[in-house]
Design a protein around this ligand. Sequence first.
Ligand SMILES: [Zn+2]
Length: 339
Amino acid sequence: MDFIERMPKIDLHNHLDGSLRPRTVIEIARDEGIELPTYDEKELMKYLSVGDNCESLVEYLEKFDLPLKCLQSEKAQRRVAKEAVEDAAKHNVKYIEVRFAPQLMTEKGMTCADVIRNVISGLLEGEKETGTIARAIVCCMRHHSDEKNLEVIRAASEFMYRGLGGVDLAGDEAHYPPQLFKRVFDEANKYGIPVTIHAGEAGGAENVRVAIEELGAVRIGHGIRINEDESVVNLVKERKIPLEICVTSNVQTKAAPSFEQHPVRKYFDLGLNVTVNTDNTTVSNTDMKRELNILKNKFGFSNSELMQLQMNAARAAFLDKPEKEKLLSELKNSFENII
Ligand SMILES: [Zn+2]
């Protein structure tokens, strides 16, 4: 086993609905009478993942339509959540935060709280089976009303310290800037739920500033466009805001024009709090091992720099203090063992 394979890893940014196993999609569809364009696993991957020709975040997001049809029952929600943890554990991920939008999983009449409960119980089953610790992040959606998003925040507040790590804002950033969601995230901050916001991905650096200063984000999903404004780079640096960077996904959504032009190396060298994550293992056809190999081969990250990224991620985890300290000390120990 090579170093990257053996290395304990942390994935802070993984979408449940973008990470379904094709076989599971087929089995759930058969079970629940959902029509699929094909029942062949390989063929189905074409509908579930983007190729090299993806043009934008909007096109990328279309790949979630089919999996979401298969995430409407309690059984499916629990199963998929458990499998997300199992899949992470296969690549030696020791801690994963899995995110999902409860409002997109209520077609059969469940409440947001029902959905969150189902996913968390699946995550905890996976945690029990594999030893990989798993927490949920629930996403508000940019195209949803404040009322719908406030419902998500209130439901999330019931699960604080009970499997829930934090809340997020996801969806079409280019058309819905973060300032529209001030009322929603004021509510999250009122409850003391940690906030991460997708920003600086399909929108500019200013969105990252607003997410931090107005929405109270303590982490940023991607944030790769901060280099468009030096004052935002400085803000992220001064506040040590963790950036949840997902390199493969960023190139696919055209947030970065190519691997060569992706700023992950530059941000790391600037001393920013960089973390590297999968985003969507199925849509992006990736996993943590693959992402770290890309960093090594395309960006020249050394083994010790890759370990540094895992420590950054562990420090940024939405865990309470004793849990985080335990995770950090386990990571340190296993790094010492594998060097
Ligand atoms: Zn994301």
